[in-house]
Ligand binder design. Structure first.
Ligand code: UDP
Ligand code: MG
Length: 136
């Protein structure tokens, strides 16, 4: 296979709370993404703030960090051909209202903040984000 990449996926608190982990994982498998690592964790606010540091200047930073730390999340390493961009496509637009049919955010997202899933936006950020959760 050419272009095999890895990316970081997070199933956010709103989706974990609604018991959507298995359904979302099955969609990953249907899309030929393999789940290389999986863990369910609950970040504290400091850890969430570290993870979302790139957004520290944004007006929504504080509420974003509180939200990510508000409940358990499921964190996964996905692997597959061009998985960084393919998974971004499968997630859909940040705001579920703008997301296309059959994207995860259209199917499961509640609002721009409770948009159910996170995915790395580049190969470089995928490496950083994978390392944040799965240091070895
Ligand atoms: N977000 C928010 N309000 C905004 C923009 C973004 O609460 O006005 C949240 C949203 O949950 C998003 C996260 O901040 O998923 C990170 O924003 P980014 O622009 O990186 O969107 P993503 O890469 O997740 O699509
Ligand atoms: Mg982003």
């Amino acid at each position: 296979m050419n272009n095999v990449e890895q990316t970081l996926s997070i199933i956010k608190p709103d989706a974990v709370e609604r018991d959507l982990i298995e359904e979302i994982k099955s969609i990953f498998l249907k899309n030929n993404f393999s789940v290389k690592e999986f863990k369910k964790i609950h970040l504290n606010k400091e850890e969430a703030a570290e993870f979302y540091k790139v957004h520290q200047s944004k007006p929504f930073y504080d509420s974003l960090c509180s939200y990510l730390a508000s409940g358990p999340i499921a964190v996964m390493i996905l692997e597959g051909e061009n998985v960084v961009s393919k998974y971004r496509e499968l997630m859909g637009s940040t705001n579920p209202k703008d997301a296309k049919e059959n994207t995860l955010r259209k199917m499961f997202g509640i609002s721009i903040d409770k948009n159910s899933v996170h995915g790395s936006d580049s190969i470089e950020n995928a490496k950083k984000e994978i390392n944040f959760f799965f240091k070895n």
